[in-house]
Design a protein around this ligand. Sequence first.
Ligand SMILES: Cc1ncc(COP(=O)(O)O)c(C=O)c1O
Length: 406
Amino acid sequence: MRAPIVGGPPAQLRAASRIDLRMTPTPARPRIYLSPPHLGSDERLFVQEAFDTNWVSSVGPHVDAFEAEFARTVGSSHAVALSSGTAALHLAVQLCGVRPGDEVMVSTLTFCASVNPILYAGAVPVFVDSERTSWNLDPSLVEDVCRERTRAGRPVPRALVAVHLYGQSADIGGLMDVCERYGVVFIEDAAEALGATYRDRTPGTFGKAGVFSFNGNKIITTSGGGMLVTEDGALASHARKLATQAREPVPHYEHTEIGYNYRLSNILAGVGRGQLRVLEDRVRARRRIFERYRERLGDLPGVTFMPEAPWGRHTRWLTCLLIDPAAFGADREAVRLALAEENIEARPLWKPMHMQPVYGHLDVAGGAVSESLFAQGLCLPSGSSLSKAEQDRVCEVVRRCVAPSR
Ligand SMILES: Cc1ncc(COP(=O)(O)O)c(C=O)c1O
């Protein structure tokens, strides 16, 4: 049996620390995370209520209320609360009629969760590059794919999954125009864009189905969770049914199709209700953080920020910038490592999907824009609870990385 450690470290360690005092590393400064959860006060009350009333499973009043409040907030007729954004997108793809073997266009500059549900449905992703105005999908490339398929006598892709990246809406008008002309179903992945606008409406509410994520790093969180929104009541009911193992409305367990276990729990829906109440505060905080970065770093040679497109409000979920190494004197990876050294989390932009080993064999339209954004792009800590002092720490490190001669 091992002797319990009582009253501090074992003798050998105490001896070692006496010898090596000068080499003892200075304690790390508190970690600054990229986008940590930021809870308000009502979340705890709603969760407490779920416990007090014993509604702790995947049905309950918070689920119903969260769906209704979310639908009202984004301006949609129906909202279905689910266990993740990925689950929401899986149901959206399936319920929008995507079948095995179909092609589905999707942004290449995104997280893999935009793409995997297409593969879960047995369909084939076709990646499409971004344009420079919003870093989002380029409608002219979407049109190129449709035109090329038509010219070759092949079916046009069944659907388009348009991602609204880093808190900014894609060019929805341009994309919907192409989709309408070619009979392509428009699906929106608004996982990163809750709180954004496109011509005064919420991206995610334009397509046949739209999805949001409440993952821990998103602008509001339920720890994990997602929402599917739609104007189509039948689609919403079908999503609820598929999300509960496709159980038929009879007393025994009866199934006529394959379902999933995708519902959000009543406890987490309570967290979501509280978070929804502070959504506008969170957007304002993130935009303020972005402005402060721009003031403090905008003068650096070779530094440019993600543009805000003319069609709406960018939430600045993440502050993203580009670092041109020729002008700055260091590349984005050197800056990221310098930040990591100071216990600050920063991330490269999404590595485009067409560059991922797992998807490398799939078609891509364009590619050069997302490749260059990935090569130069960095996401800085942007959580709505980031203090000014923490932000100053980040800026100090970035400024230190500029080559002295610049
Ligand atoms: C663009 C995008 N789509 C989908 C998802 C998936 O959401 P979730 O993590 O809730 O499954 C995420 C984030 O995680 C995302 O950033």
